[in-house]
Design a binder for this molecule. Structure first.
Ligand code: NAP
Length: 249
């Protein structure tokens, strides 16, 4: 198994891509903590993984709170003894243009998508240092690579995640703590399901995706699995683009 003996913490793991990553990581031998603001969904995923023979713990986490992060990392180590892998996956999507974006909306998106990744990384590093290394996987977006006609704050927050990942990679490579970002294109999850119900919008997305399909959470989870495993031990500061060809256009 590709993650045998490892302990992983996945923020926003109650649903969508995070929940699929949690199931996949558990199947590959990791003990998994899922941490999210959504308690009912999180407990459901926890129960499902444990019923299927995996080891999973759900913890409530608001990624914008440093105190919450410290509690969650401490509870992870208390339960499973260590922390090897952090997936900073929690995020929100907003589609306002520059002029439509209020100061409040900007701050909310930056707080969850940007500050949340910083706080998670900061909380995890001391535990990774104790075990001689680790893998931090930050879920950015294609909107963190190229400009979007649909959003201002969202892409800005994801661009911040991209460069924060590289700073982390450089600063901690000497301690074998790796950090990489993943840049998904459009993926069908609860985050996008309403948007994609609109046939016109779905067609707009398909037209901008050379592989002519909407991505599945598994497409991203397989990338996260590679970056979490020792197969990627020479990979840090990189950008894994999983977008059906969207940014190659
Ligand atoms: P999702 O189904 O909405 O999952 C995201 C999870 O994060 C939700 O459970 C959400 O809960 C949680 N969350 C939001 N704010 C939080 C906070 N303050 N603290 C802790 N958890 C919080 O979306 P997804 O599609 O799986 O997205 C996962 C990641 O991929 C996100 O970072 C997203 O930006 C990124 N991404 C998604 C796509 C896509 O097309 N789906 C494309 C590129 C990148 P709430 O219900 O409360 O929001």
């Amino acid at each position: 198994m590709r993650l045998e003996g490892k302990v992983a913490l996945i923020s926003g793991g109650a649903r969508g891509q995070g929940a699929v990553e949690a199931r996949m990581f558990a199947t590959e031998g990791a003990r998994v903590v899922i941490a999210d603001v959504l308690e009912d969904e999180g407990r459901q995923v926890e129960a499902e993984i444990n019923e299927q023979g995996g080891e999973c713990l759900f913890l409530r986490l608001d990624v914008t709170s440093e105190a919450n992060w410290q509690d969650v990392v401490a509870a992870t180590v208390d339960r499973f003894g260590k922390l090897d892998i952090l997936v900073n996956n929690a995020g929100i999507y907003r589609t306002e243009t520059v002029e439509e974006t209020s100061e409040e909306l900007w701050d909310q998106v930056m707080d969850i998508n940007g500050k949340g990744v910083f706080l998670g990384t900061k909380a995890a590093i001391p535990e990774m240092r104790k075990v001689g290394g680790g893998s931090i996987i930050n879920i950015s977006s294609v909107a963190g690579l190229v400009g979007s006609e649909l959003s201002a704050a969202y892409g800005s927050s994801k661009g911040a995640v991209r460069i924060f990942t590289k700073a982390t990679a450089i600063q901690y490579a000497g301690e074998k703590i790796r950090a990489n970002s993943i840049h998904p294109g459009i993926i069908e999850t609860p985050m996008t399901s309403e948007l994609l119900k609109d046939e016109e919008h779905r067609q707009y997305r398909l037209n901008r995706t050379p592989l002519r399909r909407i991505g599945r959470p598994e497409d991203v989870a397989y990338g996260a699995l590679y970056l979490a495993s020792d197969e990627s031990s020479f990979v840090t500061g990189s950008e894994l683009v999983i977008d059906g060809g969207r940014t190659a256009m």
